[in-house]
Design a protein around this ligand. Structure first.
Ligand code: SF4
Ligand code: SF4
Length: 278
């Protein structure tokens, strides 16, 4: 059977919050019987945009990570819900607004912090993937419909096809180590989870400091070269997607007419190597 999946491209998200506002528009003050009770105006973020800044001036970037309910295949909230949370055959996880009344324990059961407490109704609530609209023939939830950059998209496909799409597009899941097997996938997650090394290569030419374009820069770990790049016309280079686990790397810079330079960098966060003078 086909299941609903969401794919989120971290590189395309611009933190405009249109998705968040579309969710508010759809659910605040609206009762969707059998799906959800009204969402409160404040404090609930059924799709929550997290922000992360990496690096140091001038090598800085910011990434945005939208986190809705992951509609997990092995959802901890279903066990904690004691019958109040179900996973529909199409993969959508729904908290029953009647049966879940008073069950505040559900909040802590979600490892993605995707469940919110409605104080007025004494009810745990979360994203429903707009199941009430999909059941009426909509092709996507409101958040996806409102995203202006294409950062959000859906795939309504069988599991085997979704696995193929994930492999072809190098999709990842968030916190895969938790084992909850989300139906939400991410593209370019390295922008949020990984680190980079960046720097600029220059040299003195005719008594003037100038950028070195086209220098070969090699990145090595434990004696083996793991990546290679060349400097751009500003002399800049960058290696991205590195795990910030405190590992030590060697950066070797080579350019015709200059002596090669080797520097050691420890990566526990993104690193600005500054100017490297040949
Ligand atoms: S993300 Fe949280 S609320 Fe959603 S299905 Fe998984 S455990 Fe349940
Ligand atoms: S609408 Fe799209 S671009 Fe805007 S915050 Fe949401 S996911 Fe990001």
């Amino acid at each position: 059977m086909k299941k609903w999946h969401m794919i989120i491209d971290v590189e395309k998200c611009e933190d405009c919050n249109n998705c968040f506002l579309a969710c508010k528009d759809e659910f605040v003050g609206n009762e969707w019987t059998g799906y959800s009770a009204p969402q409160p105006l404040h404090d609930h973020r059924w799709i929550n945009i997290h922000r992360k800044e990496r690096g140091a001036f001038p090598y800085v970037d910011v990434a945005y990570l939208p986190i809705p309910c992951m509609h997990c295949k092995e959802a901890p909230c279903i066990e904690a819900g004691k019958g109040a949370v179900i996973r529909r055959p199409d993969g959508i996880v729904i908290i029953d607004p009647e049966k879940a009344k008073g069950n505040a324990e559900l909040i802590a059961s979600c490892p993605y912090n995707a469940i919110f407490w409605n104080e007025e109704l004494a009810l745990p609530q979360k994203c429903t993937f707009c199941a009430h609209l999909l059941d009426k023939g909509w092709e996507m939830p409101r958040c996806v419909h409102s995203c202006p950059t294409g950062a959000l998209r859906v795939e309504h496909v069988e599991d085997a096809k979704m696995e193929r799409i994930a492999a072809e597009e190098s999709l990842e899941i968030l916190y895969g180590e938790l084992g909850s097997r989300p139906n939400v996938y991410y593209k370019n997650l390295f922008r949020f989870e990984k680190c980079f090394i960046a720097g600029s290569v220059d040299a003195i030419k005719n008594d003037v400091v100038d950028c070195v374009e086209g220098a070969r820069v090699l990145l090595s770990k434990d004696g083996a070269t793991i990546a290679e790049t060349t400097t751009d016309n500003y002399g800049d280079f960058r290696f991205d997607g590195l795990t910030g686990d405190g590992s030590s790397y060697a950066v070797v810079v080579e350019s015709d007419g200059y002596e090669a330079k080797t520097l050691t960098v420890v990566v526990s966060d993104s690193v600005n190597m500054g100017n490297i003078r040949l």
